[in-house]
Design a protein. Sequence first.
Length: 406
Amino acid sequence: MKLLKSKFTHFIILYLFLNYTFAQDNFEKGLAVKTNGVEINCLINNKDWIVNPSQFEYKLDENSETKIGTLDEFVSFTVGDSFKYTKETIKVDRNIEQQESNSDFSYQEETLFLKLIVEGTTSLYQIEDGKLSIFFIKDKNSDNIEQLKFKTFYNQKYKLRENNSFRKQLYDAFGSKNIKVEDIKKINYNLQDLKSIFKRYNKSMGSYRVYFQKTKLKYNIYAKAGLSSITYDVQGGDGLVNINFPGQTSFRAGAEFEIVMPYSNDKWSVFATPTYQSYSSESVAGIALSENPSELTNFNSIEYSSLEIPVGVRRYFTTGTSSDFKFYLNAAYVFDIELSSEQIILGENSLVSNNLGLNFMLGGGVQYKDFGIEFLYLTPRDLADDNPGFFSDYKSIAVNLTYKLF
């Protein structure tokens, strides 16, 4: 356990170092409007926010110093076609999930940069707070902005129910203008459904604009092949057995399936990497039964092959010189499924290896376009865990060459 904590401490330190060193500010053309109505064409740092920002970074040109835009100074800022945030004073109830009862909404007044999703005759806004999304509606001829009412709650039988009052609000706002009651009844309280019906309504009313188009996940598939350096140590038998098998280098090959998250400028992803690996080694070791252990030597061997399946998260870092060149760090939980039927032979005894091993993988790599190289460290795994009185360390490090297939 101390070893695992130490390795994860080193990983966190490395992550913070790379995040500070290589995290690239992504300044894009934008427009910021001050409280006095003055418009500033500038470069705004697009952080692909997943929580509504209270401020933003901007500079007048590439060579200017970075400034901070605050709620006191600005009423809105727009980043290309991706984002638009407007300063709004709203009444909001953030407690909308799994409440104890279907009580009235309890509002608190807040002033913040609200994300604009669909801008038109009737506009759709959003608050993001981690996994929580709250939506707002505003008519262009009114200064009033209202929260679309939705809440999940438990009834008297402790069954989860929904308060979908937002559908009545949509009906009142849209009327019968090309939007049927049946259409509104089908709407769920999520970004995709609400954006769709707001687009449809505003299209029927004339011009409109949609922000925050990026909602789809990206998928990548990689082919991976490389080398593993593996060692294996066994202790047990009331102290009579202490065998260190020589390290061996073996070939490994597999494929990786990656899903890139649609936020933070594609810097985070989750992945699974089924990989075949094998290890074969022999050792002649004495048993401490006499003053001359060499008189009693045993032939020991291990033949082990498995399918390792790391499942984890990845964080990408860019250098600022090219979007084609990236660094990344991995952290994963490894499921190891034994493929070989051979046992671990210790003299005249045989140990039964585990059917399913579990350990951690830490590592990182460099990716240039479709090609890459990565280095991996897998924490020790006990292959003899099913054998009382024995403990073993199966340790490996690996290097992979990678190629993006799709």
